[in-house]
Design a protein around this ligand. Structure first.
Ligand code: NAD
Ligand code: LMR
Length: 331
């Protein structure tokens, strides 16, 4: 099988340290798919990156055909088939993710331009760096030759958190909980929604709502816990999530590459097409299914008044972030 070229930016950082191994041992693109790893970081991190490359070699992995480690955009983005754009500043205690916007968004302008110039037109791009939705919007804007559908933002970590939280409450493993939804921004305005979620209990399959039987908990504690989980990890670790973020990035790209399991959907930040009354031209997290390396928004879910009010809040924030990002990128 021909190797594919996979770019990971921020390759000397903490998420990349977990993600590289998952990509390199076949967890994302398949257990028989050889890869050429393209690793990008900034010039002062080249020494650290050298150490990461030594470790990749020492893993003795059969799927890794070669490693390109670089601080040069053209070398990093040349002919790539897939990209994880991670490299950017993480937030510290007390910050919201949108506080990173002015510092990080220009990275995604520059890298959008590099995608446009050097990547394969079929490239699939996952934006991990925060604020992920708005960085994805900017990246797509500066990569006009790449289909907008090919650039997606990561809300899979929130999705996995929601699954795991419900599973813990119902004393089952996370794989038994399906079709939770993260709507909107990867921020504290996101709407974690379990109205369509299903759980496989030993006695049979039922809706999560029926199994939990506590609407007040669902509407308050559950939603708040998922919205604030990133901050809770930062408060405890004094660093932002990395192992779980890398796993979520691998899950997201695997679903793009290999498709979602039959009957299941996931959550992804995608360029809004106006579905569910969400304005076009913001990168909004929707329930999606994937097939043949493309996503489709799950349609016809019922939206009640409570849900609409939650969607409105996160939409407003994304519109504001977009306007701020456009101003920053003009400079
Ligand atoms: P980190 O500080 O450990 O690593 C970031 C790396 O990016 C560093 O090595 C840095 O040198 C590099 N970098 C900075 N600017 C770069 C550029 N222009 N090009 C290439 N590399 C560059 O941070 P981390 O913990 O790996 O987090 C990375 C990003 O991911 C942060 O923005 C964080 O907030 C975000 N994140 C997002 C999610 C999500 O769910 N969407 C989850 C966790 C973290
Ligand atoms: C997360 O959700 O853990 C990451 O986006 C890091 C953060 O800033 O919360």
């Amino acid at each position: 099988m021909e190797p594919i070229r996979v770019l990971i930016t921020g390759a000397a950082g903490q998420i990349a340290y977990s993600l590289i191994l998952q990509v390199a041992k076949g967890d994302v693109f398949g257990s028989s798919q050889p890869v050429i790893l393209h690793l990008l970081d900034i010039t002062p991190m080249m020494g650290v990156l050298e150490g990461v490359v030594m470790e990749i070699e020492d893993c003795a992995l059969p799927l890794v055909k070669s490693v390109v480690s670089t601080d040069d955009l053209e070398t990093a983005f040349k002919d790539i088939d897939a990209a994880f754009l991670v490299g950017s500043m993480p937030r510290k205690q007390g910050m919201e993710r949108k506080d990173l916007l002015s510092g990080n968004v220009k990275i995604f302008k520059t890298q959008g331009d590099a995608l446009n110039k050097y990547a394969k037109k079929s490239v699939k791009v996952l934006i991990v760096g925060n604020p992920a939705n708005t960085n994805a919007f900017i990246c797509a804007k500066y990569a006009p030759s790449i289909p907008k559908e090919s650039i997606t933002a990561m809300t899979r970590l929130d999705h996995n958190r929601a699954r795991a939280n419900i599973a813990k409450r119902l004393s089952v493993t996370a794989d038994k909980v399906k079709n939770v939804i993260i709507w909107g921004n990867h921020s504290s305005t996101q709407f974690p929604d379990i109205k369509s979620a299903i759980v496989n209990l030993p006695q049979g399959s039922t809706s999560v709502y029926n199994a939990i039987k506590d609407e007040n908990w669902i509407k308050t504690d559950f939603i708040k816990t998922i919205q604030a989980r990133g901050a809770a990890v930062i408060n405890a670790r004094k660093m932002s999530s990395a192992m779980s973020a890398a796993k979520a990035a691998a899950d997201h790209m695997k679903d793009i590459w290999c498709g979602t399991p039959f009957g299941e959907y996931t959550s992804m930040g995608v360029m809004s097409d106006g579905s569910y009354g969400i304005p076009k031209d913001i990168v909004f997290s929707f329930p999606v299914t994937t097939q043949n390396k493309t996503w489709k928004i799950v349609q016809n879910l019922e939206i009640n008044d409570f849900m609409r009010s939650m969607l409105d809040v996160t939409t407003k924030e994304l519109v504001e972030e977009r306007e701020e990002a456009l101003v920053v990128c003009k400079d």
